[in-house]
Design a protein. Structure first.
Length: 258
C-alpha cells in the first residue's frame, strides 16, 4: 500500500468517524475508501468492521455527559448487540449476500423515513415530547424493540451501513430522552456489535490489517470529534441530517444492488 493510499485512508477514517458518531453512516465514507484502495468487496467489508471499533472508543471518550445515567441501559442492551453482532458475522462468512443486499436499501430508507417522522408518530401515540428520562420508561419494557435491536445488531455484524440510523430510531420509540443521548448510547452499542464481529473476522484471517490500521487511526479521531459536534446541533437539525443522509444512502445502495 502506497503512502498516498495510507494518507487517504486516514482522512477517510476521520470523515467516517465524524459522520458515524453523529449521523450513523460511517460506512458511507469508509467502505468506498477501502474499495478505492483496491480491496475486494468482502475483504473491504470485514476490514471496515474491524476499523469501526475505533469509532466507539473515540465516541465513548467524548460522550461522558450524554452517557451519564445510562449505565443500566448499556448493561441490559450490550449482550443483545454482542450476540447479534456475532450472528451477523457468522452469516457473512457462511452465506451469499445477494438477497440481503437487495433488502438493505429498503431497510435503510424505511428507518430514515421513521427518523424524520418520529416526533409526529410519537405525538400520535400520545407520548410526552419533553426530552426527559422517566425511570419506568425503558427498553426492557418493550419486547418488540428488543427484537428489533437484535436484528439491527445482526445486520451490523453482517454489513453495518446505516445500523447507526436504525438504532436511534428504535430507541427513540421506547426511551423519552434527547436525541444526543440516544446517539451516544447507539455509539457504544454498535461498538460492542462491531467488536464481536471483528474478533471473528480476525480469527478467520479475513482482515487486511495494513488497510485497517490507518483507517482505524482516522476513525478514532473522527469518533472523538463527533459527540462534540452533535452536542452543539439542535435536535431538529440532527434528526434531519440523520434522516436525509439515510435516504441518500438508501438510494445509493439501491442503485448499487440493481
Amino acid at each position: 500500500m502506497s503512502p498516498l493510499e495510507v494518507a487517504l485512508l486516514v482522512l477517510a477514517g476521520v470523515g467516517g468517524g465524524l459522520v458515524g458518531s453523529v449521523v450513523g453512516l460511517a460506512s458511507l465514507v469508509t467502505y468506498p475508501a477501502l474499495l478505492a484502495a483496491g480491496l475486494p468487496p468482502v475483504t473491504a467489508n470485514v476490514t471496515n468492521t474491524v476499523a469501526l471499533v475505533a469509532s466507539g472508543v473515540g465516541s465513548a471518550a467524548s460522550s461522558r455527559p450524554e452517557l451519564a445515567g445510562q449505565r443500566a441501559r448499556l448493561v441490559r442492551l450490550a449482550p443483545v448487540f454482542a450476540v447479534g453482532g456475532l450472528a451477523g458475522a457468522v452469516l457473512l462468512v457462511t452465506t451469499p449476500g445477494e438477497v440481503f443486499e437487495r433488502v438493505v436499501p429498503f431497510l435503510v430508507g424505511g428507518a430514515s423515513a421513521l427518523m424524520l417522522a418520529q416526533p409526529r408518530l410519537r405525538r400520535l401515540l400520545r407520548r410526552e415530547a419533553a426530552p426527559v428520562d422517566e425511570p419506568g420508561d425503558d427498553v426492557r419494557e418493550s419486547w418488540p424493540a428488543l427484537v428489533g435491536l437484535f436484528l439491527v445488531a445482526v445486520y451490523g455484524g453482517y454489513f453495518g451501513a446505516a445500523a447507526g440510523v436504525l438504532v436511534p430510531v428504535l430507541l427513540g420509540f421506547v426511551l423519552d430522552t434527547t436525541l444526543q443521548r440516544l446517539v451516544a448510547l447507539k455509539n457504544i452499542l454498535l461498538m460492542v456489535s462491531n467488536l464481536v464481529a471483528a474478533a471473528l473476522f480476525l480469527v478467520l484471517g479475513e482482515v487486511d490489517l495494513l488497510a485497517a490500521l490507518p483507517l482505524a487511526v482516522g476513525i478514532l479521531v473522527g469518533g472523538w470529534l463527533g459527540p462534540i459536534v452533535a452536542r452543539r446541533l439542535p435536535q431538529g437539525v440532527l434528526r434531519a441530517v440523520i434522516g436525509v443522509a439515510g435516504l441518500g444512502l438508501a438510494v445509493r445502495l439501491w442503485i448499487t444492488a440493481g
